[in-house]
Design a protein around this ligand. Structure first.
Ligand SMILES: Nc1nc2c(ncn2[C@@H]2O[C@H](COP(=O)(O)OP(=O)(O)OP(=O)(O)O)[C@@H](O)[C@H]2O)c(=O)[nH]1
Ligand SMILES: [Mg+2]
Ligand SMILES: [Zn+2]
Length: 341
């Protein structure tokens, strides 16, 4: 099926990256799925499967990316700069980023009205979204299985000053209608959340996508990691969704702005402590401790803030160490060359 560029989210931001010869000789395609050496794409010319085995940017592409293809020829020329990118820290001890998806407008943070609901995990996703300047929406699924979905909604409402929360039965096409206002034509939504919360079910209800879904385990309400790769789906007459595999734990990369944004209720107290160098660990006149004692600030929230700050700083430290390493490595190479001469 062919889609117009507008339907696929083409914007002046991308158009402006093209030069005259691009307009004559090349055309843009959007990545809908990535395999080891191939990508599936959508464009005005329809669906294509493109060999990226020899593409120099093969390690730096994500679902949602725009590639430029030559009119004559089968290999992509280059990736267009992204309007937004969702990044997580790669597994392991290295300071490496992993791209989740590119050119995103909205992040659906999906969690269920059951044991999966976890405020600290949602806060992590909120930081991820706000850091990337992507609008977050919290989608509470399995409302039909809960006696009191409203209670989950009000807990979620405490987590960010500017977040929209909807609860739904993800299996019901009429129920999920409320989510369509976040996915108008040309807009791209990523769904993220634990395994089994109903991400693929939501996409099936919204886009009739035929994504495989599986029942969760009864014992602990955990999913079975049914979806194993990311993929883009088109809504009839509307926006696009990226389904992602369930993630157990999301590690953040640099997130200073995202944390600042998500925790503005915490940061408002900074600078209000009696001592300017207050460490907020029990000093006299500490505004944070006063706020916690009076119930104005939830203690869990403060600890969550500290944990994410720490994670951000650990990552930033590793990045700067890597830079120093690379620099001194450069120096060693130079002095080796000099000695050889
Ligand atoms: N009752 C009820 N069941 C739901 C709802 N949403 C999802 N389910 C069921 O929950 C199970 C898991 O749903 P999936 O859509 O596979 O979950 P997922 O988030 O895609 O999971 P992964 O692909 O493993 O990450 C399926 O059996 C769904 O039918 C809901 O709102 N209400
Ligand atoms: Mg799934
Ligand atoms: Zn203090």
């Amino acid at each position: 099926m062919a889609f117009s560029n507008q339907q696929l989210g083409w914007k002046p931001f991308f158009e402006n990256q093209l030069i005259d010869s691009d307009l004559d000789n090349n055309y843009p395609v959007r990545i809908s799925k990535i395999y080891r050496t191939r990508v599936e794409t959508w464009s005005e010319r329809g669906e294509q499967s493109i060999d990226i085995g020899l593409f120099s940017e093969i390690k730096n592409i994500a679902v949602g990316d725009w590639l430029l293809m030559p009119n004559m020829g089968e290999r992509p020329l280059r990736t267009l700069d992204r309007s937004s990118e969702l990044l997580r820290k790669a597994a392991g001890n290295r300071a490496e980023k992993q791209l989740i998806a590119a050119n995103i407008d909205t992040l659906f943070i999906v969690t269920s009205c059951n044991q999966d609901f976890n405020e600290s995990r949602i806060e992590r996703f909120l930081v991820l979204a706000t850091e990337a300047r992507i609008r977050p929406v919290i989608v509470l699924t399995k409302a039909d299985l809960s006696d009191d979905p409203e209670q989950f909604k009000s807990s979620a409402n405490e987590l960010y000053h500017d977040v929209v929360i909807e609860y739904v039965d993800a299996r019901s096409a009429t129920n999920v209608e409320v989510l369509k206002r976040w996915c108008r034509a040309g807009e791209t939504v990523v769904l993220i959340g634990s395994s089994g919360v109903g991400k693929s079910t939501l996409i099936n209800s919204l886009a009739d996508a035929g994504q495989r879904t599986l029942e969760i385990r009864e014992s602990d309400e955990k999913g079975r990691h049914t979806t194993t790769s990311r993929s883009l789906h088109m809504l009839h007459g509307g926006g696009m969704f990226i389904d992602t595999p369930g993630i157990r734990e999301l590690q953040l990369t640099e997130s200073e702005k995202g944390i600042e944004d998500t925790f503005d209720d915490v940061s408002q107290y900074f600078g209000q402590c009696k001592f300017r160098n207050c460490q907020h660990t029990g000093e006299k006149g500490c505004a944070i401790m006063v706020a916690i004692a009076s119930g104005d600030l939830e203690e869990r929230r403060w600890h969550s803030y500290l944990k994410l700050q720490d994670e951000h700083q650990q990552y930033a430290k590793k990045v700067s160490e890597k830079r120093v390493d690379a620099r001194s490595q450069g120096r060693t190479n130079k002095s080796l060359k000099r000695r050889k001469k």
